[in-house]
Design a protein around this ligand. Structure first.
Ligand SMILES: [Zn+2]
Length: 261
């Protein structure tokens, strides 16, 4: 089995027009800096996964800008929806990505799930999607990496856990029964974290490409000491998944200050 490499980039919170500012960030510039840095630093990448909260204002123009950017990427792209998202528009406009589907990398399989709940910051996969996931995992024993926007475990930050994945315990139960799930990679939390899940599977959070939140915070707190980032997942030939989280200091240039937000 060959080693495979997957880039995880998440929470760009793009807007309708390039140059628009959200929470003090020129979000298109921040995303572009992280994306181009990750691609240049990882020429061996076999796939790119966009982890949700792709377009903050759910605009058609935002998704079209992103899709145009994806036309310049030579590797397959998988995308999942976040809470700030319009999944229907996303599905329609991101023709250059697989949305909530599957990418096969030889012996490995990447699966993207949809945790978007209309009108809610928290997420949920729901009984139907969870049942389908159980079947998919049981029907094919290939090592698999799951991608969900909302973290699939309690991350130790009460305000974040309150808007996390409502049915994370059900997902954890499925992962415990499916030793072929080797990793679960999430966004939403705007911070980096790595944990060990059932069957020694790897659980990861990846930083946003714009503002960062403070790990462990009881209530909302930004962490300006942390630069935007991305994660490289290595799908190893022994069916383990290891990963390295990278910060992109250059992306700080896209921060223009709170007065401008
Ligand atoms: Zn976000």
């Amino acid at each position: 089995m060959l080693t495979r490499t997957v880039l995880h980039i998440t929470d760009p919170h793009l807007l309708a027009q390039p140059g628009q500012i959200l929470h003090g960030w020129r979000v298109h510039d921040a995303f572009e800096t992280v994306l181009s840095t990750a691609l240049a630093a990882t020429p061996e990448a076999d796939a790119l996964v966009l982890g949700g909260d792709l377009v903050d204002d759910a605009s058609v123009a935002g998704y079209r800008w992103l899709n145009t950017r994806l036309t310049h990427i030579a590797i397959p792209v998988l995308a999942v929806a976040g809470n700030h998202e319009a999944p229907d528009i996303m599905q329609r406009e991101l023709s250059c990505a697989v949305v909530h589907g599957q990418i096969e990398l030889n012996e490995w399989r990447l699966l993207g799930l949809n945790s978007h709940v209309a009108g809610s910051a928290a997420g949920q996969l729901g009984k139907t999607q969870l049942a389908a996931l159980s079947q998919t995992l049981a029907a094919d024993s290939r090592p698999t990496v799951l991608f969900v926007h909302h973290p699939g475990w309690s991350i130790g930050s009460p305000w974040q856990d309150a808007i996390g994945l409502h049915d994370r315990d059900a997902l954890a139960g499925i992962i415990a029964k499916a030793p072929n799930v080797r990793a679960l990679a999430c966004g939403h939390a705007h911070q980096a974290q790595s944990v060990t899940l059932a069957n020694e599977a790897t659980g990861t959070l990846t930083a946003s490409t714009m503002r960062q939140f403070a790990p462990g915070a009881n209530s909302f707190a930004e962490a300006p000491e942390h630069a935007p980032g991305y994660r490289v997942l290595k799908l190893n030939n022994d069916a383990t998944v290891s990963s390295i989280h990278h910060r992109v200091e250059a992306a700080r240039c896209a921060y223009v200050g709170p007065e401008a937000s």
